[in-house]
Design a protein around this ligand. Structure first.
Ligand code: IPE
Ligand code: IPE
Ligand code: MG
Length: 248
């Protein structure tokens, strides 16, 4: 077993990925879109393993957005079957690797069967101490913020919180990624330079990395390239470059 690289300031603690480009990959290879999604799963497996080996503490993957419900019914249902199949096959493997799994998104929009599988995977891996893997399914950044707003409103209604006491920290307790380290690096494959309603709150200070590589072709070497890009950034959080270099 190789000793994984430990976290340093130059290694992100939390990486999120918009895994885009499966459809175009399939088209380029003369295959149907679902073959692209299957190829995407293979890429996902390799990246999850590589991220864990590199000592990344948390990985959040965008698998299906709130807006993806608008795709043709056949594609949506083949994606849902694929999720079920992948969970069936991969959860034990992830558990063996000490990975903790969390699902984020509007679960009530998913089939009862899939909801059960998600809950089982979460409880099976709940006490693992390795990398935390958040899978965003039926997820939207706006949905997430509205859910957090509902939570603080309920607390206010119950008289547990005053409007004046709603801080960013309190509000963030209602977001899907609560408890995870702040998002350091957001990667998008597939060539688009947009966020597509992903982690709107969490990306406030994330470094953004865009690559034209289609998701099925994004491999651990390309993850390393994204990590090198990240290592080269000076994260100022509003301060001057001089302040930052003096504080290290
Ligand atoms: C991303 O690949 C996977 C999902 C959104 C489920 P796409 O299916 O969006 O691939 P392109 O953008 O059509 O190539
Ligand atoms: C974003 O990709 C969602 C996922 C990768 C799950 P899309 O392919 O849905 O994004 P748009 O619609 O092109 O912005
Ligand atoms: Mg796409």
């Amino acid at each position: 077993m190789t000793e994984p690289t430990r976290h340093t300031d130059t290694c992100p603690r939390h990486v999120a990925i918009i895994m885009d480009g499966n459809g175009r990959w399939a088209k380029a290879h003369g295959k149907p879109r679902h073959a692209g999604h299957r190829a995407g799963v293979r890429a996902t497996r390799a990246i999850v393993e590589a991220a864990s080996d590199r000592g990344i503490a948390a990985l959040t993957l965008f698998a299906f957005s709130s807006e993806n419900w608008s795709r043709p019914e056949a594609e949506v249902s083949s994606l849902m079957s694929l999720f079920l199949e992948v969970l069936q096959r991969e959860v034990d493997v992830l558990h063996e690797k000490d990975t903790r799994i969390r699902f984020v998104g509007a679960r009530d929009q998913l089939s009862a069967r899939l909801q059960r599988k998600l809950a089982d995977a979460e409880s099976q891996t709940a006490h693992n101490t390795g990398m935390e893997l958040a899978l965003a399914v039926a997820f939207g950044g706006r949905w997430d913020i509205v859910e957090a707003a509902r939570r603080v409103c309920r607390k206010v209604e119950r008289g547990e919180l005053s409007a004046a006491a709603i801080t960013e920290e309190e509000f963030a307790q209602g977001l899907s990624l609560r408890g995870m380290p702040p998002l350091d690096l957001l990667i998008r494959t597939g060539g688009e330079r947009r966020i597509s309603n992903f982690l709107l709150w969490d990306m406030a200070y994330a470094e953004l990395y865009f690559t034209d590589t289609l998701w099925p072709e994004f491999d651990p070497a390309q993850l390393d390239e994204a990590l090198r890009f990240y290592a080269g950034r000076q994260r100022r959080f509003g301060r001057t470059g001089e302040q930052v270099s003096e504080s290290v």
